[in-house]
Ligand binder design. Sequence first.
Ligand code: ARG
Length: 576
Amino acid sequence: MNIREILNQRVRQAMDAVGVPAECQAMVAPSKKAGFGDYQANGAMGAAKKMGTNPRQLATDIVAALDLGDMVSNLEIAGPGFINIHLNPLWLAEQLQVAAADTRLGVAADAAPQTVVIDYSSPNLAKEMHVGHLRSTIIGDAMVRLLGFLGHNVIRQNHVGDWGTQFGMLIAELEEQQQSGDIQLKDLEVFYQQAKKHFDADPAFADKAREYVVKLQGGDAKVLELWEQFRDISLSHADDIYQSLNVKLTRDDVAGESMYNDDLPVLVKDLEDKGLCVEDAGAKVAFLEELADKEGNPSPMIIQKAGGGYLYATTDLATMRYRVSTLKADRSMYFIDARQSLHMQQLFILSRKAGYCPEQVSLEHHAFGTMMGEDGKPFKTRSGGTVKLAELVDEAVERATALVSEKNPDLNAEQKAEIGRKVGIGAVKYADLSKTRTNDYIFSWESMLAFEGNTSPYLQYAFTRVKAIFRKAGLTPEQANGPIVLHESQENALALKLAQFEEALEQVAKEAYPHVLCTYLYDLAALYMRFYEACPILKEGVSEEDKQSRLALCRLVAITLSVGLDLLGIEVMEVM
Ligand code: ARG
């Protein structure tokens, strides 16, 4: 059920009937202010301008031609030609009744399912995952869940950095430690520092590291085996984090840089043959006029270094071919830091020019801002180092567990641990997802763990409050089948919000701004609280009809909250 879509269609049909040109849109949207109906159609003004007629008269004609059956109770024309649409509470109740009987809450799978390739998380394996990987991991995972729920064929791609010169140094270090029998790979960060120190201090070691890079690229079996060992350990670190963050990525989703190694020379030759890259001071470079600067200098994209080495850009071009030709992507989404915007633009433009990605495949870089500390600078440890993701996760769970224990001391130890985990992880994720993706945001334990305001704990708590009603009533939610009848304004407002779930999901699917879903859930919880204050459910004197209807609304709220939070990768609990 997507009310906005239905209204858009019907209003557009009425526009057809009164001769409005096809390119004019109905422009139906939920009303922003109370008293202006539930939805507004604002297309009459633009259409009248185009047709050179009076907008208010045109709106009147559209309304006369509009066939909405029993869907609306009232239509009125306001101001210069806004059409205010008041939904019929009986119709709305009926829609919710249908949704309540459906595990998908009446949300239809997309009629035209796409193959969507989602590139997210994608850490470099030379080091341990740090906070810089958090946003891509969390936002990408929410999009994976949401697009999957809407029926798309989602292919996760963890484009890990598992290739390049650094690995020569790391596997040389690994080999030495193995020989001395003292392997210290528990902490990849420390291991990396050791290797680097070794590399800088010992010329023989540095030579060996360089030799290993060449051997690695040449496919030397012994060096490859060392590389695989290191890669496996590094991936295990990442696996642990994905698991504790409740993120869907597994080993099967790893499609790292190394995978494209064989294709790189082929690709460079192809670009040269097509005249898209030329030799420049020994390097091979694609000059892109499309991204020329003010003076008209084209933007250079280096495809191969002077010494013959390949770069991040080369791998990404090969990756593009794979995702389009082998994975058959209809839509290719990249969740990568805004600082890589130029690289992504270059990649997209050159891929189109080279024919690696036909026009009908949608290429989307969904950039995001930086996670800042409360001092307004990029988030760091107290001593100024990068914050490891593993430590951040532990701290979140620890803080949340302490908070939960304090709020509800009656819980047993096992419950405290389980609820603390869900609250802690949920808080970190939601703090990120609820902010407009493209902005920087300030990471604050205090605000993300607050039980009031637009936070995950608030929504999880709202869920437990709804569930508590069923326990009190001695019913399971499944027993609350209504029928739904809407009398009070708070019931109507809540019902309308419930009916708009699919609209919120569709918007997120299209634009990849998960905060839209967060805002929706937050608004839903707030409307529920208002409904709960105004409309008694189990109190004496409440009619059986109202009781059953209100319980059915509660049931819908509980399912919508849990499904919505699940799409954000956040778990709910019965009590907290
Ligand atoms: N490994 C890269 C980094 O840590 C991110 C890779 C993103 N994906 C891509 N296809 N370029 O910066």
